[in-house]
Design a protein around this ligand. Structure first.
Ligand code: SAM
Length: 280
């Protein structure tokens, strides 16, 4: 295995800085630097972008991003124990790495990065979906990022790329695919991580489209989709009953069958319904 930089191997870094993994922080580390460089490459050319990394831990993916030529990396890490290891990386790549010791759910990350921006992260699973939903629902579109390259539990990754007709299809698929192109770029077995998690993982790559695939007001669409999938086994006319007294007419006007279930409705159908709902 060839070295991607002159820094010590990650096992040594972890031993030197006493970085035993903490479950509460979702710490499952990637120690193979060739693998982290491969994940960085999924994000495409990084030489002209600032990259946000959430949860760098001992810095495996951070080193991958820097070795792949990122213009700048801003890494947000909650666990202060990781800071000395990350400082060594910052020293090896002068002016390229800024580390923020903060909670990714609270930090104003946008202000810390110059556009254009990409997000690349091996996310802590406990906050991964929450962060994704926030990135997918900015106040306006296009969003402040060009792409998201994110590690998730495989089951969550499958929900993001799901097509209508199956159990995995739901709010996350609609939210992601309405305004992004999405794909699973890599599958990883538990053994790729230290310690190995109980589940399989996957890297999902989302590219922001310049505009949504179908016209709809983001807030109305979000409310319709949430209500429809909250009762996914019910027919649409029953699941959305509380939404409007004339729901059946509105469903028909949107080209949907009132007897369909949410998981059968393509994104285009939800957008048509959101447009009907927005009418007074
Ligand atoms: N990127 C490293 C790697 O690939 O080996 C570590 C990934 S590990 C799955 C998740 C990392 O996120 C841990 O370092 C953990 O301390 C950090 N973390 C957990 N919750 C966080 C939060 N709310 N904000 C920022 N970092 C967090």
């Amino acid at each position: 295995m060839s070295a991607i930089d002159d820094l010590p191997p990650l096992r040594e870094v972890i031993a030197t800085h006493g970085l035993s993994a903490r479950k509460a922080l979702g710490q499952n580390f990637l120690l193979d630097l060739n693998l982290t460089a491969k994940i960085a490459r999924v994000a495409g050319d990084l030489s002209e972008v600032d990259v946000l990394e959430v949860g760098p831990g001992p810095g495996g993916l951070t080193r991958g991003l820097l070795a792949e030529g990122a213009r700048r990396v801003v890494a947000v890490e909650k666990d202060a124990r990781c800071l000395p290891a990350l400082a060594e990386i910052a020293e090896a790549y002068p002016d390229k790495l800024e580390v923020l010791n903060a909670d990714a759910l609270e930090v104003d990350w946008e202000a810390a990065l110059a556009p254009p921006r990409k997000v690349v992260a091996n996310l802590p699973y406990n906050v991964g979906t929450e962060l994704l939903v926030r990135w997918l629902t900015p106040p306006s579109w296009p969003p402040p990022w060009q792409s998201l390259t994110l590690m998730f539990q495989r089951e969550v990754a499958e929900r993001i790329v799901a097509q209508p007709g199956g159990k995995a299809y739901g709010r996350l698929a609609v939210l992601a695919q309405w305004r992004c192109s999405v794909r699973i770029a890599m599958n990883l077995p538990p053994e790729a991580f230290t310690p190995p998690p109980k589940v399989h993982s996957a890297v999902v790559h989302l590219e922001a489209l310049p505009e949504p695939k179908f016209e709809a007001d983001a807030n109305v669409l979000s409310r319709v989709v949430k209500a429809a999938f909250a009762q996914r086994r019910k027919m649409l006319r029953a699941g959305l009953k509380g939404f409007a007294p004339d729901i059946e007419e509105r469903l028909l006007a949107a080209g949907l069958k009132p007897t369909d279930r949410a998981e059968q409705v393509p994104i285009e159908g939800f957008c048509a319904l959101a447009r009907e709902m927005a009418k007074t």
